[in-house]
Design a protein around this ligand. Sequence first.
Ligand SMILES: [Zn+2]
Length: 282
Amino acid sequence: MSKRLHLTRNRVQEIADLAEEVAGYQFPVNPIAILRTQARISLRRGHFGDAFDGLLEWREGRFWVYSNLVRVGPPESARERFTIAHELGHYFIDEHRNALIRGVGCHPSFSEFQSDELAEREADLFASRLLMPTWAFTAAIPKNPQGIPDILTLKKQFETSLTSTAIRYVGLAGFFCAIVKWNDDGFGWRWTSQEAYENRYWSTIKSADRLPRDSATRMIMRGEASSPGFIERGAVASMWFDYVGMGGQRDIILIEQAISLGQYGCLTLLLPAPKNGQWPCH
Ligand SMILES: [Zn+2]
């Protein structure tokens, strides 16, 4: 697999272009149909314990994809669609496919941003762009954005998981926002929008213990709203971002929205508070 240390801007663009070319202009994208028709790969579904989410194998001169229903849920669920799109990434990205053919043999995957390994991040990027092409996703983001309610609508439209939809939303929102993923044992990862990054809101807190007990995130962590319900509360930037002084110019008022991911923890979305009743505009 790839030996690059960083996912460079050029590499991101290269993989995004490849995925969007494979997706074409069908909507919503059907990764299982692409697997069978464009890639001519057979799909095997089964119960494989905790071994992997999906697996791409080169055997007897052809590729096989395995989908582990124990981890991805029922056939054609949002998680299975993402996992198959991720395996398509390993197939369509030349370096990944060639490594398998050269003798690596099979590649077990834990998709949906669970792995820090570069090849996995590349395949996750491919999957995200395949299922949520820029042209379609940008057009679908409401002009008067509301955060998690938008993400829940987009998730239905694109038949994607909450996590992958939320990441794409933050990436294309066009206004200040950030997302933090919490696992059962604490901080998972964060993504910030370009606008948040440019304004130096780079690093979020990594311990929910620093938040008030009645914050949306801690309430969700205590199980005070069941999926797909979410909780919304006010917050300030100094509660959430490192290097933002309390009461300073950058200590802006935020809306904190949190939602449960069931066994996968929870997500927090941070947005600027509406001004004069108006949410942030593009
Ligand atoms: Zn993988």
